[in-house]
Design a protein around this ligand. Structure first.
Ligand SMILES: Nc1nc2c(c(=O)[nH]1)N[C@H]1C(S)=C(S)[C@@H](COP(=O)(O)O)O[C@H]1N2
Ligand SMILES: [Mo]
Length: 240
């Protein structure tokens, strides 16, 4: 995993603060001021959700990654259970809401100015196939920090444009290799694979990796509906 600032258009501290709902007015940040994560988290301004902070200070061990040469470009089978939604990029917004202090509503240009993380991992489908894939996107933990979850948040719901829905435990959401990705194998993410944004992580089975994510809702309790496949009897945690 290599978190690298997106060189074409780095997300400035000013933009981050705007993005997170803060005003820059009157704040003397200085050029060597906050780290990106501090800016995202608003650390200088108000305490984070303690559980979130603990998980970020003691990150789970990263899953070993593969070299780029190990990518299997044809092995990732498109697995879509209903239909491929049409998403208009002009009007597309990713919403982060639920039990948060700063609900987010982000367009793709803003998301692509956030730090880009790339990883080469194995995608494992419960139906008996697997593929080594490179994914590029933003870490879920950055979005969660931006939204400032209230104390008690323990899960995230992911809602998709095709009606698919999933829920994840917060530690897995905050894992450093849990990405909302917009690149696959070094190219823009194809629509069939979930463009503009899909989950990707080396820690869970394929059906947890929602494609066409439009909304992330942070909650303290799971609802009766837990996930598209889970509600038909598949395991909820689905760890690898
Ligand atoms: N929105 C949505 N996400 C989804 C699915 C789906 O049907 N709809 N299928 C899941 C399953 S079972 C797998 S294995 C992966 C497949 O991803 P791919 O089609 O990009 O290979 O997407 C997952 N995410
Ligand atoms: Mo799957």
């Amino acid at each position: 995993m290599s978190p690298t600032p997106n060189s074409s258009n780095p997300l400035s501290r000013r933009n981050l603060l705007r993005l997170s709902g803060y005003s820059i007015g009157g704040l003397l940040l200085g050029s060597a001021g906050l780290t990106l994560v501090e800016s995202l988290a608003g650390k200088a301004f108000e305490p984070l959700n303690q559980k979130v902070e603990e998980l970020l200070l003691n990150p789970q061990r990263p899953v070993p990654e593969f070299p780029v040469s190990a990518i299997e470009p044809d092995a990732l089978l498109v697995n879509t259970f209903d239909f491929t939604p049409m998403i208009d990029l002009e009007t597309f917004r990713l919403v982060v809401d639920g039990e948060v202090n700063k609900p987010l509503n982000l367009d793709m240009a803003t998301i692509q100015r956030m730090p880009l993380t790339s990883m080469v991992i194995r995608h494992v489908c419960v139906e008996g196939w697997a593929a080594i894939v490179q994914w590029g996107g933003i870490q879920m933990q950055q979005l969660v920090q931006l939204a400032q979850p209230k104390p008690g948040v323990r899960y995230a719901y992911f809602f998709s444009a095709d009606g698919y829905y999933e829920s994840w435990d917060l530690p897995s959401v905050l894992h450093p290799q849990t990405l909302l990705s917009y690149q696959k194998n070094g190219q823009p993410l194809p629509i069939d694979n979930g463009a503009p944004l899909r989950l990707a992580a080396p820690i869970k089975l394929g059906y947890k990796h929602s494609k066409w994510v439009t909304r992330v809702t942070l909650v303290s309790e799971l609802r009766s509906r837990k996930g598209y496949w889970e509600d038909q009897g598949y395991e909820w945690f689905a760890g690898l």
